[in-house]
Structure formats: C-alpha cells, structure tokens
Design a protein around this ligand. Sequence first.
Ligand SMILES: Nc1ncnc2c1ncn2[C@@H]1O[C@H](COP(=O)(O)OP(=O)(O)O)[C@@H](O)[C@H]1O
Ligand SMILES: [Mg+2]
Length: 362
Amino acid sequence: MAILELKNIVKQFADYTAVNGVSLSIEQGEFFTLLGPSGCGKTTLLRMVAGFESPDSGQILLDGKDIKDLPPEQRPLHTVFQSYALFPHLTVRDNIAFPLKMAKWSKADIAERLKEQLSSVQLEQFAERYPHELSGGQRQRVAIARSLVDRPKLLLLDEPLSALDARLREHMHVELVRMQEQSGVTFVYVTHDQSEALALSSRIAVMNHGIVEQLGTPREIYSQPKTYYVADFIGKCNLLPAVVIESNPSSYKIKVAECIELVLPNEEIEVTLGQSGWFALRPEKIKAHWDPRHEDGVSCVKARVKGYYYYGDGTLYEFILPNGVVLQCMLSNNRPNQASFFQENDEVFISINPLAGNFLVK
Ligand SMILES: Nc1ncnc2c1ncn2[C@@H]1O[C@H](COP(=O)(O)OP(=O)(O)O)[C@@H](O)[C@H]1O
Ligand SMILES: [Mg+2]
C-alpha cells in the first residue's frame, strides 16, 4: 500500500495557481524525488504534506488516512531544509537526542537509540562537537540524523544540499542513499538539480508549472521522455524537428530534420500521417564515422563538423546536417591517449538507430 497519497491537489496564492492538480502515490521505503525548475511548486507541495499550508482542494492520505485535520507537529514526519537548523549550543549528541527527549523517552532508551543512530550516520567521533566545529556536509548529516532518530513515517527534504559546494554535494549523495536505506524511512526529496535526482531516486516526478509532467524511474525519465519539456530539462538532448510520413498498424516512418528517415515501432503513442513533433535523441546515442555504414534499421547521413568541446571523459561534437540543423554528439574518450576524433569542417557520416531516441508529438 502507498504510504503517501496525493489526490488532485490544488493550491492557489491569490490568482496564481502554484500547484495545479497533482496526484501521486508514494510507496513505503521509496526515495521519491520532486524535480523541477525554481517556481514550479515543489516547496508548496512539500509544505502541504508537512501541514504548513493546506490545499484548496484535493486530499492527502498518509497510511490511508486523511491528514487534513492534523496540525504539523502531530504529523508523523520531519522536514529538512537547505539551512541546517541545528541548536548551536547543543553538541551533536544532544542535537540528535533532542526529539527523543521531547517525546519523553527513558534515559536508557535514548542512550541505546543514540548509539545506533550515531553509528549509522558515522558521526560517532563527532558526538561531543558543537555545530560550529563541523563542516557544512557534517552539519547536514547531523540534521538528517536528528530527523530520522525517532523513525518518522516520512522524511521531507527540501533542497538539503544546495548550500554545499559541488564536491561535497556528490559525497552527500552517497551518504543520503545510505541513510535512507539503513533507516528504511520513506524520503520525499525536492531538487531542481536533474543529475542529483537521477543519482538518488527510486522514482522521480518531473514538475512544470504546478503539474507533474512525467513520473517514472530515473532510467525511464532519461531514456523515454514523454514530452519536449522533460527531454529538454533532463540531461542534454537533441530535439530535432520531425514529421510522420508513413503510418502502418505496427510501425510508422518519420522524416527527421528533412534528411533522415526513421522507422519506429507503433507502441505507445497514436500517430497520424502528417503529424509533426520532435525526435529526441541523446548525444551519446549517436555514432559518427569516416565512411558510410549500412546496418539494418539504422539510418546514415552525411554531416559536417561545426566544432567540438573537450569534456575530459568525452568530446562533444557539433555536426551540421544537410538542412542546416545542428546535432550534438558525445563521443567517449575511452581509448588510451584519445582526445579527439574529427576536426572542424571534416565530412563525416552519422548513424542514428531509431530505437535510441523517442518521437514526441506536438
Ligand atoms: N506564500 C506565498 N504567497 C504567494 N505566492 C507564493 C507563496 N509561496 C509560493 N508562492 C509562489 O508559488 C510558486 C511556486 O513556489 P514554490 O512552491 O516555492 O516553488 P519551488 O519550490 O518549485 O521553487 C512561485 O511562483 C511562488 O512565487
Ligand atoms: Mg522551493
């Protein structure tokens, strides 16, 4: 059964609709992420779950029960924000013990749980330190440990890593996943950072202007985006103009950038002859060679090198297709001493496998 269910939640501020009919079902033990750009309604949604705002319409069910009438402090959940709200005059140990003292746990029970909690977040050697004696990442770990110590049903995290620098954030990704797995607590995580969402989550809801555009595993969201917005927001993506030029019961043919014909299986979407849209193709799914290649089902087209950018692990090439459209292609520098493949103005051949991309209808 779902631990948290949102049913058609709407929230307006004056005449601005911040959340516009969101329905989600979050399972026990998930690391669930709300991903979207600033202003799309992520924090508003989280605040309604926490009880700091109430929806104008819709229902929030926790463990199957409507929590409308429960004040924030009585909801079996905690929230972690960007700024670590630790008590500066309390040690790490006392900060983490605080919720248990408030709940009037016995001394023995507190001592036992603290021991377990400090070890699970690997903070034993910092137990007697004060917050100002810790790094930003350590402080955020203490804040999360404190939020998990009384085993809430849900932990809400609103951009908890955004105050940390890039290296520390990456380190914290590993820590977050470990803390979530060890505690078994369901995480509802908010971020605008798509790479963070892909790395951490069991499932992601991609939000745009108060609605959920797509819901799925990181792999689904990345490799099968359903809309232009999702393809564009997550990672790098070529979004090439395309039009349906043939439609059969089991397959259809599209013409991409006026020069590439691709046959796609007729699976999920309804297409009609003449329909236009985009072919979404990730840069790393494209192959480039000196000579034309003929492989079954794969289209090969001539292109010219416009330029390239060295990224270390790969080089991002820009190719100009015959009709002038630019195609980005990431070639992996995975061979010894390899740093470049082609030079500016070289004529090359591009191979595109239709199954490597997605046709998105307008
Ligand atoms: N208390 C409020 N009063 C008026 N407008 C608000 C309030 N809270 C949020 N908003 C507006 O609602 C929209 C969504 O905000 P928010 O949920 O904070 O987005 P996010 O967390 O995705 O950046 C924004 O346009 C914001 O300005
Ligand atoms: Mg926010």
